[in-house]
Design a protein around this ligand. Structure first.
Ligand SMILES: Cc1cc2nc3c(=O)[nH]c(=O)nc-3n(C[C@H](O)[C@H](O)[C@H](O)COP(=O)(O)O)c2cc1C
Length: 169
């Protein structure tokens, strides 16, 4: 851990924020936290750090953690941080949601059925195919067409709106 004081302070702030949120929403809404499981940079967050944060979040009364990872360009392997997710599932006793790279119905189903995660979530595929879940629910389990070019992100950052550039050409 590069800087224990900063880490500890950050966790305390997080804890205060969660308490304030809980006071506001009481039990009417679940509180979900998206947590990067690893930074892959020098002195950045590693899996052990994020597990510590996750424990603190669970103790603070968070309902679920959505585990993510940087490096969202690399989709050669669809479940590119399944191992980190397994560590979370093993260690943390609250609902675990996995986001990042999932494009196949079959993989999503397997991850949940095998109890590697409780839920999966997806982001970029819905920019290209907003009807994807209805399509899967209707029995057409074709893989999401989204490619990891991140053009949707770039277009959002440029101020030209979040949209799929592949679809619009
Ligand atoms: C346009 C866009 C905006 C995003 N904004 C955020 C954000 O504000 N905070 C965040 O944690 N992740 C953000 N993400 C990342 C997604 O929540 C998700 O973790 C990432 O796209 C990987 O999931 P996917 O492979 O299903 O797209 C954004 C992604 C996109 C495409």
């Amino acid at each position: 851990m590069a800087n224990m004081i900063t880490f500890s302070k950050t966790c305390n702030i997080l804890n205060q924020d969660i308490q304030a949120m809980r006071r506001t929403v009481v039990n009417k809404y679940p509180i979900l936290v998206k947590l990067n499981c690893q930074d892959y940079i020098e002195n950045g967050l590693n899996v052990d750090d994020s597990l510590q944060v996750a424990h603190r979040l669970a103790n603070a009364g968070v309902d679920a953690i959505e585990s993510s990872r940087t490096g969202i360009n690399s989709l050669e392997k669809e479940d590119y941080y399944r191992n980190e997710a397994r560590a979370f599932k093993r260690e943390i006793r609250i609902t675990l949601i996995l986001v990042g790279g999932i494009r196949s119905y079959e993989l999503a189903e397997k991850l949940v059925e095998n109890e590697e995660v409780d839920y999966i979530s997806m982001c970029r595929p819905f920019i290209m195919e907003p009807g994807l879940i209805n399509q899967w629910a209707s029995g057409d389990h074709s893989k999401a067409l989204c490619k990891p070019d991140n053009a949707c992100l770039k277009s959002g950052r440029k101020g030209t709106g979040v949209r799929c550039l592949v679809k619009s050409v």
